[in-house]
Write a protein that binds this ligand. Structure first.
Ligand SMILES: [Zn+2]
Length: 116
């Protein structure tokens, strides 16, 4: 809940946080399973091959971006600075971020807030 408020505060201040968008339309926000096969026929509907979670693909991407933004914001608050490589120039640092992103889940609790 706190992080959701923080996220809005960031938006209201027009503060942009850059997050890696890799795989955001292929990663299941429910179980974390990431596969091209989650987008049958590359259509508009996301369907997780692992857990069966279904949603419009654009909403999948939006949710994953929102979760990544929250995580980046939390890092920022706790460390006092953004990533040492804010432009993602280091492939190693980017891989580390992506592996953390892969652990993000859109929980049942947070999905009740549809006002994102
Ligand atoms: Zn899934």
């Amino acid at each position: 809940m706190h992080s959701l408020i923080d996220y809005k505060a960031v938006l209201n201040n027009s503060l942009a946080i850059k997050v890696d968008a890799d795989y955001t339309s292929q990663a299941c926000p429910h179980c974390g399973y990431t596969s091209r096969g989650n987008r049958p026929k590359k259509g508009l509907i996301f369907r997780c091959e692992s857990c069966g979670f279904e949603l419009h693909a654009d909403l999948i991407g939006a949710r994953n971006i929102a979760m990544r933004t929250l995580l980046t914001r939390q890092d920022w608050v706790s460390t006092g600075s953004l990533s040492a490589t804010p432009n993602g120039s280091s492939a190693e640092a980017k891989a580390a971020r992506l592996s953390r992103f892969a652990e993000l889940r859109w929980t049942a609790e947070s999905s009740q807030h549809h006002n994102l």
